[in-house]
Design a protein. Structure first.
Length: 113
């Protein structure tokens, strides 16, 4: 996520939702191509209705940023954007399991450490 930070015209740091989504998709694409397991995704997010990242299905625009910009450091996905991204990731994982022949209704075997 850190590579997606841009400076908005108003001077605030923000992250475009579409850029974050593209990075997540590329992450899964690389793992699919290499036959490796995507071990995790790090997201900066909050359950609050902040306006720190632009985009998402409930579009936050550059003009909206100053409405509820509460971060003291880096911009975070708000609750709606976080859920949207979580569902996209879950669907990608479901399709991956189906391609691998695993029944998506069954739990995965435990990981060996």
């Amino acid at each position: 996520m850190h590579g997606n930070t841009i400076k908005a015209p108003c001077g605030l740091k923000t992250r475009p939702f579409d850029s974050i989504l593209a990075e997540v998709r590329a992450f899964f694409d690389v793992h699919d191509q290499e036959g490796s397991h995507p071990g995790g995704v790090h997201l900066e997010m909050t359950g609050q209705n902040v306006t720190e990242c632009i985009g998402g299905s409930r579009t936050v625009t550059f003009d909206d940023l100053s409405d509820r910009y509460h971060t003291h450091c880096d911009p975070r996905l708000n609750a709606s954007q976080s859920l949207e991204l979580a569902f996209i990731i879950a669907e990608r994982l479901r399709k991956r399991r189906m391609r691998s022949g695993l029944n998506s209704s069954l739990p995965l075997p435990p990981l060996a450490f």
